[in-house]
Design a protein around this ligand. Structure first.
Ligand SMILES: [Mn+2]
Length: 364
């Protein structure tokens, strides 16, 4: 038996911080939903599990709801969706829209067991935005020969959080005798190894990256389980269309800015890349134009960019900074470097530049 595990599509996400580039980012989330069904079709999956937060909230444009339902209908095989904390099952929710009256789509509306293929699914739909109770608590231990799969949205014990947020105990697969627990809510991919050494619980992560800093997002999981009790075989398939890159570079030596320029210049698919670049260290006055060149490339070639130069300092134009240090071991070191006769002038220059960087970097 083979199925697709996905979650946290967050369709309708505003992405306001991206300004006029936000529509492209929003559109990509729909395109990625289409790619999820393509993976499912290519893999000949028996069904798809969507572990919550398909929509950003219950107020999203109903045309988006219709589009998602149409995309899912095109898959043909069964799809099971649980409402998450962003789109909980409440009066007036997106789940009341008539587009869900589609034979292959089941929106789960209560804690109830469902038989499909060789499995029994125990879905845990959410009815409110926040809760301190464990959504999987209702899952019964019952004897049957079917593959037992949980479908839930919440926070696995151990993830740092201010207050319990639909907490899910780490040993849920063991306690509930589940062959696999498909999770949503956290957008990075994560898997959990049980006491028997097998992974029986995972976050698929979002199908399309939602922000900088997510780890291994933009994928779905392809899960294969031979029979009840057999360990799941889990693979990842890429569905994300846009790259979200965070790059930090420190300039130490003369010419380092050219390495950054080359890095930016040689990046693949810049028109499908969002990048935040932080440059720190020191920049000689004569290399200022290279920085401007980088800023222009980021602005015109990339889908979206932000450059942070708040920790970048101009290189000193004279030696007055050594006097400004005041008496101490660092000033003494700088003076000795200046007075050293044995080394090459370039080496002295470099050593002083690094010392300057250390001194200025420590004053924050
Ligand atoms: Mn969530």
């Amino acid at each position: 038996m083979k199925f697709i595990h996905t979650a946290d599509w967050q369709i309708g996400m505003k992405a306001e911080a991206l300004g006029d580039r936000a529509p492209q980012v929003r559109e990509e989330r729909l395109a990625a939903a289409q790619r999820v069904t393509e993976v499912a079709r290519t893999e000949n999956a028996d069904f798809i599990l969507v572990a919550g937060d398909v929509f950003e909230d219950n107020a999203v444009d109903r045309r988006l709801v219709q589009k998602v339902a149409d995309t899912l209908r095109s898959f043909g095989a069964p799809i099971f969706i649980i409402p998450g904390n962003h789109d909980p099952l409440i009066p007036g929710s997106v789940w009341e829209h008539p587009s869900w009256n589609t034979p292959n789509i089941t929106v789960i509306r209560e804690n109830t067991r469902i038989e499909v293929s060789q499995a029994v699914i125990y879905p845990c739909p959410l009815m409110e935005k926040r809760s301190t109770s464990n959504p999987t608590a209702w899952i019964p231990n019952e004897n049957n020969s079917r593959i037992r799969i949980g479908l839930a949205h919440g926070t696995v014990e151990g993830i740092r959080q201010d207050e319990p947020d639909y907490p899910i105990p780490r040993n849920t697969p063991e306690v509930k005798d589940l062959d696999y627990l498909a999770l949503g809510h956290w957008h990075s991919y994560a898997s959990y190894t049980g006491a028997d050494g097998n992974v029986r619980m995972a976050y698929s992560g979002t199908h399309e990256t939602t922000k900088f800093g997510e780890r291994d997002s933009g994928n779905v999981l392809i899960v294969e389980i031979d029979s009840a009790g057999k360990p799941p075989v889990i693979r990842r398939a890429k569905t994300g269309g846009l790259n979200w890159l965070s790059v930090s570079e420190e300039l130490i030596d003369q010419g380092d800015i050219n390495k950054v320029k080359y890095l930016i210049d040689s990046m693949l698919n810049p028109s499908r890349t969002l990048i935040q670049l932080a440059i720190s260290g020191i920049l000689p006055m004569e290399e200022r134009s290279e920085l401007e060149h980088i800023e222009q490339m980021l602005d015109t070639r990339f889908l979206w960019s932000h450059i942070d130069c708040s920790q970048l300092r101009p290189a000193p134009t004279d030696r007055s900074w050594i006097e400004d240090l005041g008496p101490g071991v660092i000033q003494e070191t700088a003076r000795r470097l200046l007075g050293s006769s044995g080394s090459e002038p370039e080496v002295t220059q470099l050593a002083l530049a690094r010392l300057y960087n250390i001194v200025k970097g420590s004053v924050k």
